[in-house]
Design a protein around this ligand. Structure first.
Ligand code: ADP
Ligand code: MG
Length: 485
């Protein structure tokens, strides 16, 4: 099957389709706050999106969806094993204050009998498709397309509300508008927004005091506010009794406290749940007081999403360790599950201070185009590629700072010839597009066990193959949706 943009009649007027698509996007809420000269305004602009869906292998969709609950179980088990986690993160903790502070809090909370043990998980697993070819294959025929895990986002995952079912509707409309007939619109339903709203309300109810509030912990001037607001509004649909508060972390650190029973109060109100959409980067903790407030929240009776331990298991270092031979077997029993999970792991190397670490550095220096150097950071723009990677490794030399990174094989997903990207009301034809696919999953834990777990939806983001990273807010990538084939 050919990409949809190439199915348009030659010289077909694209601008009319684009204008209609922008109206649809804005009317249905595919929007973000307008950014002007570095300032986030109160007005809105459509989020960057592709005109048409991208083709995506159905087998990869079904595989990644089928392992999401296993990922929840695996990561939850690791989050309970502080000894294992401490060992895995030992060198990272020594080299990275952010991870070290978070680990101290997680350890205290896991050891305490008085903190809240129930947790809400809202994960997003990110993948790219890797193609493999038969060696010495004259026709260059593809033999397989396998999804490879880019990372597991265990906190502050975005786009549940903005880009999920709304992108599917937008793309169906655009295809119809373009007169592209598809025998079967092979676009899967997307329940990400509904799924997260439901689990958040369920968690809030489990706290047991209908007067206690549900807090979205956010940062000031959030461009992606409508994605968060969509979750909030969907929560009211589930239960009009839920009381949601949006709190800017910086503003409430001095009013965050616990009472003698361990109940959490922020600005004088009892808090049932803290859902973090901030707190994943050192820049969100500019003072020791920020860390104190994070600790107060963690040690309280409020339900966290995520807990510090679940935040920690999102470290790329853990991803690298889980990919080592024999490690999945420590936590999972079912052989078929282990095999399926392992098939999604890319080649990864530790940069610890040992022979294996030395070999990995050598590999990266010799073949920089084939690897990505990743620190333990979230939110995009932190990884190093090509000459930047070489420069950083050269600058670090034999220093222990290298333990803060992992090295990952660079995935080269299949390239699609053409699509139209609509960014800030302007359409450009973009050739050679690659996509990153994600599965959204939610769960509840009672501390020891996962009590509910669901894969609820998906996300597709696309960018030009010439870009290493693909931020939506940065305007490099665009929201897309998968057309399974
Ligand atoms: P972050 O936590 O900052 O989102 P990611 O690991 O998701 O870090 O990397 C950011 C982006 O970099 C990804 O969305 C993807 O576009 C690109 N990327 C990351 N790892 C790889 C890889 N192994 N191969 C190709 N691209 C990658
Ligand atoms: Mg990412």
């Amino acid at each position: 099957m050919k990409p949809f943009a190439t199915q348009l009649a030659k010289n077909a007027p694209v601008q009319g389709l684009v204008d209609d698509a922008i109206d649809f996007a804005q009317a249905s809420g595919v929007v973000q706050r307008t950014m002007r000269n570095g300032e986030v305004l109160k007005t809105s602009t459509h989020a960057p999106f592709t005109l048409f869906p991208s083709l995506f292998p159905a087998s990869a969709y079904h595989l990644t969806r089928s392992i999401q609950n296993d990922i929840h179980l695996l990561y939850h088990k690791v989050s309970l094993d502080m000894e294992f986690l401490g060992e895995v993160l030992k060198s990272t903790i020594a080299a990275d204050d952010f991870v070290s502070n978070l680990f101290d809090i997680a350890k205290l909370a896991r050891a305490s009998n008085t903190t809240q043990k129930m947790e809400i998980g809202a994960y997003r697993s990110d993948y790219m498709i890797q193609q493999s070819y038969l060696k010495n294959n004259a026709s260059n025929a593809k033999i397989s397309t396998l999804p490879k895990q880019i990372e597991i986002n265990t906190m502050s995952a975005a786009s549940w509300g903005l880009s999920t079912h709304r992108m599917t509707s937008l793309h169906k409309y655009n295809l119809r508008n373009a007169g592209i007939s598809c025998d079967k619109l092979n676009m899967p339903e997307n329940g990400a927004l509904d799924g997260i709203a439901r689990v958040m309300v369920e968690g809030w109810k489990k706290y047991g005091n209908p007067k206690a509030v549900f807090v979205f912990m956010v940062f000031q001037d959030e461009m992606n506010i409508y994605d968060q607001r969509a979750i909030e509004y969907a929560m009211y649909e589930y239960d009009p009794a839920v009381k949601v508060r949006r709190k800017v972390f910086d503003d409430c650190i001095s009013t965050t406290r616990t009472d003698q029973d361990g109940k959490l109060f922020i600005d004088g109100e009892e808090v049932a749940v803290v859902y973090f959409r901030t707190g994943y980067s050192p820049r969100h903790f500019p003072t020791p007081l920020h860390w104190e407030a994070r600790k107060t929240i963690e040690m309280s009776l409020a339900i966290k999403s995520p807990s510090a331990a679940h935040q920690l298991v999102g470290c790329k270092k853990l991803q690298e360790v889980l990919a080592r031979p024999g490690v999945l077997e420590i936590f999972l029993e079912d052989k078929e599950t282990i095999e399926k999970l392992r098939s999604t792991f890319a080649e990864m190397h530790s940069l610890d201070m040992n022979n294996a670490g030395d070999t990995a550095v050598k590999l990266a220096m010799e073949r920089p185009r084939d690897f990505v150097l990743k620190p333990q950071r979230e939110g995009g723009g932190n990884n190093l590629y090509d000459s930047e990677m070489v420069d950083r490794l050269t600058e670090i030399g034999g220093d222990e700072r290298r333990c803060a990174y992992i090295l990952m094989e660079k995935i080269r997903p299949p390239v699609q010839e053409l699509n139209y990207f609509i960014h800030n009301y302007t359409c450009s034809a973009v050739a050679n597009i690659v996509s990153e696919f994600s599965i959204y999953g939610v769960f509840l834990t009672d501390g020891s066990n996962i009590t509910e777990s669901r894969a609820v939806g998906h996300l597709l983001r696309s960018k030009s193959v010439t870009q290493n990273e693909g931020g939506i807010s940065a305007g490099i990538a665009a929201l897309d949706s998968p057309f399974l084939n």
